[in-house]
Ligand binder design. Structure first.
Ligand SMILES: [Zn+2]
Length: 317
């Protein structure tokens, strides 16, 4: 089980953190120079934000394939990339005005198109739905188009982020795993992993950043912890500890809601960011202040329970 740390700071890719990152196309598109990754990472397409804000994809498959190819070449170490899938959360359906069935069809069509355009790129298919039956119908749809899902290294499961902790999602994951699929659960974090980590190959989350928004900064230059690398790594380590059976669960765990004065000593290779302003890494030194005014993660797919994504301060980057 591999857990990707979601981040909206692409500069972290070059930091040799020893932690796999998930970064959104929304955060990389438009950058003239890209970081060189030192370890495997995954690309999110930013669909949740795109559809929530605009009700459709403004980037066509051809342009997206070109972008993914650039990231794979220039950043390197790309484990896989999400397609331009169509989420099925009720508010996303309301925003697009389309049916769940149409979202599933468009998701499959996009994958087929991307595969034709760029068969060499590690773009994964994603299953979309709400009920377990929906997800299986979506899997059937791929297979009717000749995609042998069980033969692929990874198949994403979307639209589970807000309910990843529920028995419904556990049932969905277990039934999909029974089809011998290697699954990536988008947005599956601690409470979901506790239920069904055994059924999935990988997952990702940037929920640390939302917690960090409401956590006092660790230094005067951090108004909150929503962008703090140290805070993020402490949270990632806590996830890993829940996944490692030989870790003593009674050991005190860092609690993001209480800041991170107690940093775990067992976390992966961590070039501890030093916080005196001059020595902080460039990506940890926001141009306009300690943290962007909104301070929230916009990795794109990341959902926040009960919230819609906030409008970006700048329309596009
Ligand atoms: Zn901090």
């Amino acid at each position: 089980m591999k857990f990707y740390l979601g981040t909206h700071q692409p500069g972290w890719l070059a930091r040799d953190l020893g932690v796999p990152l998930l970064v959104s196309h929304r955060r990389l598109a438009g950058r003239r120079t890209l970081p060189r990754a030192t370890t495997g990472w995954a690309l999110d397409s930013g669909g949740f934000t795109e559809l929530s804000l605009h009700g459709h994809w403004r980037t066509d498959a051809t342009a997206y394939a070109v972008a993914v190819r650039r990231y794979a070449t220039e950043i390197g170490h790309l484990d896989w990339a999400a397609p331009q899938d169509w989420m099925t959360e009720p508010h996303v359906l309301a925003r697009t005005g389309l049916s769940l069935h149409t979202h599933q069809h468009r998701t499959v069509t996009n994958y087929l198109r991307l595969r034709d355009l760029a068969p060499d790129l590690p773009i994964i298919p994603v299953l979309q739905g709400q009920s377990a039956d929906d997800y299986h119908r979506c899997a059937d749809l791929y297979e009717r188009h000749g995609i042998d899902l069980a033969a692929l290294p990874l198949v994403g499961v979307g639209s589970v982020c807000r309910r990843q902790h529920t028995a419904d999602v556990e049932r969905i994951m277990r039934s999909l795993a029974a089809r011998a699929l290697r699954l990536h659960g988008f947005g599956v974090k601690l409470t979901g992993l506790a239920r069904y980590a055994d059924t999935i190959t990988s997952s990702d989350s940037a929920s640390w950043s939302l917690t960090g928004r409401y956590t006092t900064g660790c230094t005067p230059t951090h108004r909150s912890e929503s962008n703090c690398l140290r805070f993020a790594l402490a949270w990632h380590n806590r996830v890993l500890q829940t996944l490692t059976p030989d870790t003593d669960p009674r050991e005190p765990q860092p609690d993001p809601s209480r800041g991170h004065h107690e940093h775990p000593t067992t976390r992966p290779r961590t070039p501890t960011p030093s916080h005196p302003a001059d020595t902080r890494p460039a990506d940890h030194r926001p141009a306009t202040g300690p943290h962007p005014p909104t301070g929230n993660p916009r990795t794109g797919r990341t959902c926040r329970p009960g919230r819609r994504p906030e409008r970006p301060a700048t329309r596009h980057r």
